[in-house]
Design a protein around this ligand. Structure first.
Ligand SMILES: [Zn+2]
Length: 347
């Protein structure tokens, strides 16, 4: 098969003919129709997340099952599928209560610990393939449906984890990024008042088009006042995709009574410490929580949700696609934040 092989950090993709993957017992192989090309993959390509090389990257697939080996749950040949990003054990306490992102025997990520979707075929443990409901047509919208497993499922989990309710005032920090735009759409769908917070004012228009009521430039001196104005005195929820020391402290400071801060970003680095005032936490009953990706069940529910609500604008926004040859350019643009919404490889 043809595949984009990565031979090391900061190396261009190499389009190569490699052996077709053969499934072991409990594994399945799927033919890839599309695979999302986002910042999660770019972090690896740019060497910010170390992995073993050579590697075929990519995890947000729309694909069709072509081969099975042994017990593969409910999968069958010809079934349209997407992928669950985390390689988990399936039997620890956390897997059993459907919080797979906390798996005690975590085996790494699709496209990092094992080969991913930048290829004509992908082999995964059968439990990592998620069936796509009939309400979605992967042959018509392969790129959009491929990215649901992350672009919609991650925000979907945030709505739940943050107990976000209609009419609440919600801010999204890093709103113009790949996941931020989808988060705006989801918060709008949840019938909240939405404030987009961005440092790149060129992205304000896209934020307004995809659900934001107000945009705030986080780089100005009066950003704090602007946030308090936008929230009428303090947000119910701040969702932070930037997660730097500055953004986290700005986020907490802009919360109102009963406010919740949810941090998802990796861009702040492992050492992005921030200060909290204990008395303010107590007096306003503020909650601070982390949110990692989503559960398998949340991927399933996200697919169902988009299938049922696609007319209401929940289909992910994909603004750039290419075949194997154009993916290097796309990743270059992902690196420099030049893509609104999402991009994808389409085969
Ligand atoms: Zn587990």
């Amino acid at each position: 098969m043809k595949a984009l092989v990565s031979h090391g950090p900061n190396q261009p993709f190499s389009l190569e003919a490699v052996d077709d993957p053969k499934p072991e017992k409990g594994e399945a192989v799927a033919k890839v129709l599309a695979c999302g090309a986002g910042l999660t993959v770019q972090h690896v390509k740019a060497g910010r997340t170390p992995i073993p090389f050579p590697r075929i990257m990519g995890h947000e697939i729309a694909a069709e099952i072509v081969e099975l080996n042994g017990d593969c749950g409910g999968l069958s040949i010809g079934m349209p599928v997407t992928a669950y990003f985390y390689l988990t054990c399936g039997h620890c306490k956390w897997c059993l209560i459907n919080r797979q992102t906390l798996c005690e025997n975590f085996g790494g990520y699709v496209g990092r610990a094992c080969d991913g979707g930048y290829a004509e075929y992908i082999k995964l443990p059968a439990k990592n393939f998620v069936p796509i409901p009939e309400t979605l047509d992967i042959y018509k919208n392969p790129a959009e449906i491929g990215v649901i497993c992350d672009a919609i499922a991650t925000p979907y989990k945030v709505l739940r984890r943050g107990r976000i309710a209609p009419l609440e005032r919600v801010a999204v920090f890093g709103a113009g990024g790949g996941l931020g735009i989808q988060m705006l759409k989801m918060v709008r769908w949840a019938n909240c008042h939405v404030t987009a917070v961005e440092v790149d004012t060129n992205k304000f228009q896209a934020c307004l088009e995809h659900g934001a009521d107000i945009c705030v430039d986080a780089n100005t001196n009066d950003a704090h006042e602007a946030l308090l104005d936008a929230s009428g005195g303090g947000f119910d929820v701040v969702i932070d995709f930037v997660s730097s020391t500055k953004s986290l402290e700005m986020g907490v400071a802009s919360l109102g009574r009963g406010g919740r801060l949810i941090t998802l970003g990796g861009g702040g680095g492992a050492g992005s410490e921030f200060k909290l005032n204990g008395m303010s936490l107590l007096s306003k009953e503020i909650e601070v929580m982390g949110s990692r990706y989503c559960s398998y069940q949340e991927v399933l529910e996200s697919l169902q949700l988009v299938g049922e609500q696609a007319q209401k604008g929940l289909m992910p926004l994909v603004t750039r696609t290419s075949g194997f040859e154009g993916l290097e350019d796309i990743h270059n643009d992902v690196e420099h934040s030049r893509i609104t919404g999402r991009a994808a490889l389409v085969l």
